[in-house]
Design a binder for this molecule. Structure first.
Ligand SMILES: [Fe+2]
Length: 309
């Protein structure tokens, strides 16, 4: 359970087919070294309004999420929360997509699991907020962006918004959001902090991105200033993202972890798994366990522990 620190929302509850946020007293600095919390990490659900819609690789998008939700629900008693890291909607974020998305999430909502979502490039904030009204902050800490900081028992989570243009491949945080992120990190230095956004890091040469026009760069076009900010904030331990539909993780030279979530939807490379990740977080590390939809996939059930820098 969680407390929002964005100065806008201290307690959010979603009714009627939307997400549930709720709160526990923060134990923050009292958390013992041995204490841990567990989250379900999902990404790239790509839900279409049509529950029977079949996409790339004969993937039934709703059926995949239905199966993942059932697996997550089976572990509800051990979970502190659920995150869905963008591309919630199929392609351009239509109202019917989010209506179907909310229906599929209903078992988790009824189980009162806190659910946090980010915006991907196939989402659209307007229809998203119409379907999930209480996700929208009354006074957004970053104008036109869907961001939040959540203090959980062991870790802090910063939910970032890298949606630049709907249905264009590049992502961008922007100067205002990065400044807000830096202020949040400066004000909350004590607990390991996970940064959650949709787009993968991508080195982009300076001056190659026009300010107000799409550009065909698959990834985060302001990766450089993002990483420069992180370098000065040692409590930032990992960036968790989706977008590439390619499960994997690696540390950078400083030991900051880049965690690329699998999609629940289709994969681009048939050798790669789809599914979700169970993440157990402590003061010293994070343990990741892939639950692939294909139980015969060689990476299904694999457990790996990544030490914090
Ligand atoms: Fe995606």
């Amino acid at each position: 359970m969680s407390i929002h620190l964005n100065s806008v929302v201290s307690r959010r509850r979603f009714l009627g087919g939307a997400a549930v946020f709720s709160c526990l007293p923060s134990l923050s600095s009292l958390a013992a070294e041995s204490e841990s919390e567990t989250w379900a990490f999902l990404s790239d659900t790509h839900i279409h309004a049509d529950a029977g819609f079949v996409s790339r690789n004969e993937t039934n998008l709703s059926e995949n999420l239905r199966r993942v939700v059932a697996e997550v629900l089976a572990e509800k008693d051990s979970l502190d929360g659920v995150l869905i890291d963008g591309d919630c909607a199929f392609n351009v974020g239509l109202p019917g997509d989010y209506e179907q998305f909310a229906k599929l999430l209903a078992p988790l909502i009824e189980a009162k699991l806190p659910i946090h979502m980010t915006m991907g490039n196939h989402d659209d904030r307007g229809p998203f907020f119409q379907a999930f009204a209480d996700q929208q902050a009354k006074n957004p800490p970053v104008e036109s962006k869907h961001v939040a900081m959540v203090e959980s028992r062991v870790a802090n989570f910063v939910f970032l918004d890298s949606l630049r243009f709907v249905n264009k491949v590049e992502g961008e945080f922007g100067e205002a959001q990065l400044a807000w992120l830096d202020r949040m990190l400066a004000a909350n230095p004590d607990k390991p902090t996970l940064l959650i956004g949709h787009h993968n890091p991508q080195v982009v040469p300076a001056g190659e991105v026009p300010a107000d026009q799409p550009v065909k760069i698959t990834g985060l076009i302001d990766t450089d200033p993002f990483f420069q900010l992180i370098a000065n904030r040692p409590q930032a331990k990992a960036y968790v993202y989706g977008h590439s539909h390619n499960w994997g993780h690696k540390p950078d030279d400083s030991g900051f972890h880049l965690i690329n979530l699998p999609p629940t939807a289709y994969v681009f490379d048939l050798a790669r798994p789809n599914g979700w990740v169970k993440a157990t977080i402590s003061a010293t590390d994070i343990t990741l366990e892939l639950s692939a939809l294909d139980k015969a996939h060689p990476e299904h059930g694999k457990v790996q522990t990544l030490a914090w820098r």
